[in-house]
Design a protein around this ligand. Structure first.
Ligand code: SAM
Length: 259
């Protein structure tokens, strides 16, 4: 496995830009597993995100580092007052611009590093991000997010976690699925968030990863709504209510308000 190369933030940004512009990650294997393991939790995640963002209809929203743009442009009802999107990848921004061509709210796409937001203080009501914080220097970014939010401004982030030893091992064994410097969140990162924002959450996917793995072997890359995945999802729904179990989970939606 070897020692990890230490890169400066500029080097990390250059590498992230190149990887996302050229789509060089090999995610075939993890996608197959996710189609089983996250089959039910993806639906729950969508329901939760939809219900959180529906309150943003009169808000100025900043989204950090999107490429699927699922929340805003893909058949959803939500219509913020304005949506500003930043990304370090020109290609991902271009995708967003195309998807935004037909929306009737104000959009603004900017090539920018999320670690060093270039906006004025108190420019936004909401900062949103799907799987982005773990590509960044969390402390730097959270300071900027706090700065650019107006009083009582809101955050919503969906992020992978790296507290469960099994996920840590999986990640180490499958480095080509991720950018080399990304770091799924650990308790220290959660503490950084909590120091600047109130902290509410939904944890997803612990048992479902194991049942999804077995389901993939049993059913192949189809029949995702099977009983095994349903069982894993049911167990997760129960255990996610017990705080001491939270470090076992693979993903979290964090939402909160500026302190
Ligand atoms: C895992 S993807 C996020 C995809 C997101 N879940 C979505 O559905 O759109 C990571 C994104 O972060 C962007 N990114 C990585 N580092 C960044 C940085 N320093 N500033 C802004 N965007 C960055 C990448 O270009 C990529 O689009």
């Amino acid at each position: 496995m070897g020692t990890k190369e230490v890169r400066t933030r500029e080097e990390i940004n250059a590498l992230e830009k190149e990887i996302w512009n050229e789509r060089t990650l090999d995610r075939t294997k993890i996608r197959k597993l996710r189609r089983h393991a996250f089959h039910f939790s993806y639906k729950k995640q969508k329901r939760i995100l939809d219900s959180l963002v529906k309150d943003f209809s009169d808000k100025d929203v900043l989204e950090l580092g999107s490429y699927t743009w699922n929340v805003w442009f893909k058949g959803n009802e939500v219509r913020p007052k304005s949506l500003t999107c930043i990304n370090i990848s020109d290609n991902d921004l271009e995708t967003g611009k195309k998807l935004a061509a037909n929306v009737d709210f104000k959009t603004d796409f900017r090539l920018m590093d999320a670690n060093s937001l270039e906006f004025e203080d108190e420019s936004f009501d909401v900062v949103f991000g799907g799987a982005i914080l773990h590509h960044l220097d969390i402390e730097k970014t959270i300071n900027h997010v706090h700065r650019v939010l107006r009083p009582n401004g809101k955050i919503v982030f969906l992020e992978p976690l790296n507290m469960n030893p099994l996920y840590k091992i999986y990640r180490k064994l499958n480095p080509k699925e991720r950018t080399p410097d990304e770091h799924a969140l650990i308790s220290k990162d959660i503490a950084i968030l909590k120091s600047s924002f109130t902290f509410d959450h939904y944890f997803f996917d612990f048992f479902s990863v194991a049942t999804g793995f077995i389901a993939l072997k049993v059913f192949g890359d189809k029949n995702y709504g099977n009983w095994l995945n349903r069982l894993g999802y049911g167990l997760d729904s129960f255990f996610s209510k017990i705080p001491v179990c939270h470090p076992l989970f693979a993903r979290v939606i964090i939402y909160g308000e500026k302190k």
